[in-house]
Design a binder for this molecule. Structure first.
Ligand code: ZN
Length: 343
């Protein structure tokens, strides 16, 4: 692998390669973007391109001693800083500064990759800032964070920022087929749900959430045909721990968001592939009804955290969906309770 092999980040890669080619690499980069979009991989590939003993077209050769040492994680001039617990602590930065007293051991550069730079504790951030203000020669810092606003503006202003975009669904799907052995259809579905992040895609595959979400959507989409009695029996069989039901509600919330996007005719991609009956039902519904439904789902999710009965919550949500989509739309308060329902 080399810088040029990073997928879906052509702009960032082209920019980095240009700087290497022109020998204009600054002393600090800030790579921003969602986790799972290739920020860390690009940091390593940039390090290889700079340390490579036999660079090819301003990129690493992948074969030389320096390239191999970086692959194996034993290159003495490549330092990684990660959070120790929730934060990157001042001790870690002090240790780092000790090393700046010496020149790089082997390469032209010493490269420091700081992962989750947003976790720099205040003192640690100030210590890094001092280094960036008077950068020791031959050192390159690559800070990685989701967004620049999460760091001290004084740090951001001393870094050359490179943005990493969410990856295209096709790239995520290809990666899933290759790495997780998913079928092309399943990979396409997970890719759509992962919002352009390989990390999110991996989590979805590992937790087998897709199967869970399919089950939830099948329940929700069956509501049109169910009588109220069947609805109660369906929610009684729903099962799952509080944590599981929270995840199910998250799925229902995303589904309801899809309904709103669909109703408003927006260009935003839908999370799920909606069944035809649902698509038709949504067409004639006042958007306010969908907003209210969405709000009800959010409220139910919040209430779950303060120990509300799981089954009553699920019943409430299912009734709200059934009524919003297929009824008169006047069921919007869970607190009415089921005693008022004509059974
Ligand atoms: Zn090399």
């Amino acid at each position: 692998m080399a810088l040029g092999d990073i997928k879906g980040q052509q702009r960032a890669v082209r920019f980095l390669k240009q700087l290497v080619r022109r020998d204009m690499v600054p002393h600090a980069f800030l790579f921003t973007g969602m986790p799972g979009t290739g920020r860390l991989a690009a940091a390593f590939e940039l390090a290889r391109a700079l340390e490579c003993l036999d660079p090819q077209d301003s990129d690493s050769c992948g074969q030389c001693g320096a390239c191999r040492k970086i692959d194996q994680g034993i290159h003495p001039d490549l330092i990684q800083v990660r959070s120790d617990g929730a934060f990157i602590k001042i001790e870690q930065i002090r240790e780092l500064r000790e090393r700046f007293r010496f020149r790089p051991f082997e390469g032209k550069w010493r490269i420091v990759i700081i992962q989750d730079a947003q976790r720099l504790r205040e003192e640690a951030a100030n210590a890094i800032l001092k280094v960036l203000e008077e950068p020791p020669r031959g050192n390159l810092f690559i800070l990685i964070a989701p967004e620049a606003q999460m760091l001290l503006p004084t740090i951001v202003s001393r870094c050359c920022q490179v943005r990493f975009q969410p990856l295209g669904d096709d790239i995520v799907a290809d990666w899933l087929v290759r790495e997780s052995g998913l079928s092309i259809e399943d990979a396409a579905e997970v890719a759509r749900l992962s919002a352009g992040s390989l990390d999110a895609a991996r989590r979805l595959t590992e937790e087998d959430r897709i199967a869970g979400w399919k089950r939830v959507l099948a329940n929700v989409e069956s509501l049109e045909r169910l009588s109220l009695l069947d609805l109660f029996s369906m929610t009684a069989k729903w099962g799952g721990t509080r944590e599981q039901v929270e995840k199910d509600l998250e799925c229902i919330r995303l589904w309801a968001r899809d309904l709103i996007v669909l109703r408003l005719g927006g260009n935003r991609p839908l999370t799920f592939e909606l069944d035809q009956g649902t698509v038709e039902a949504v067409r004639d519904i006042a958007p306010e009804r969908l907003f209210r439904l969405y709000h009800d789902i959010e409220e139910a999710t919040r209430n779950l955290k303060i120990n509300v009965n799981l089954q009553l919550t699920l019943e409430g949500i299912c009734l709200a969906i059934k009524d919003s989509l297929y009824g008169k739309g006047d069921w919007h308060s869970f607190s009415k309770g089921r005693q008022n329902l004509p059974l």
